[in-house]
Design a protein around this ligand. Sequence first.
Ligand code: FE2
Ligand code: FE2
Length: 284
Amino acid sequence: MTTTTTDSSLRQTPPERTYTPEQLALFAEIKNGRTFDKDEELPEFYRKHLINLLWMQGDSEYSGSLGYAPWIAKAPTMQEKVLVAQIVKDEMRHASVIYKILEGLGEDPLTHVNKSDLGFKHPQDDINIGFKRIKDDYRVNIFYYGINYWTDFILFNFLMDRAAGHQLEDTLESSYLPWKKGIEGIYKEEVMHLTHGDKWVKILAADPKEKPFLQERLNLWWPRVMNVFGSAKGSRNDLYVNLGLKKRTNAEVREAFVKEIHELCAEVGLVVPEYREEDQPTRD
Ligand SMILES: [Fe+2]
Ligand SMILES: [Fe+2]
């Protein structure tokens, strides 16, 4: 038997989503502070969604590291090469932390990364794939795009590391304790990455030769990063909030992120393009 939630203190769920009484009891327990630790038996429903989020993060970190790696050689100064190498190392370490948690849950990340093409980047520079997926892996789909210019690298720090930072902030209070513990160091490093983006956005925006290209690339990357927050339709985020795996829905995190980007862009005279979810290509 299934039933819809009538507890208004739990997040509103889409009308088509129904939960069993056991699932509703689990939400209530988690809301009252229930957490889960390593080696503890997890309710199957919880386990399934936890693993799903961990795969998404692990593959994104791994693929992010590979996407950044060519910029060690291409960074403009020696000091910047060191910084990019640090960021590449951070992302690979983040992947290893998350994959280790997955291993603890009985998954096999090493076989997965060795058979997947996580280094793949779409060859077309100006494409927008919307909400589509390209390969058989779990990365957030912004990691399918190539980082083709130093300005792209900077915008990736400025936009995507910031978006990731906002999302990870929620995981600092995760109901799954190994994840919560792993995120503490990861979060600090993501803050370093986005600070690097902020510094360089100011440098590029202050240079009249660089600024038009920065604006042009911001126009290209903006829908790509906004799509990371997912479609408002069919979102699983209320469910993740109910499971204590996220604190805010993607729509709430996106609002905080957009506000910050608008403020930062206004400071340096950049225009944040308009974004309309309905214009984005959808999954087939
Ligand atoms: Fe990361
Ligand atoms: Fe990062």
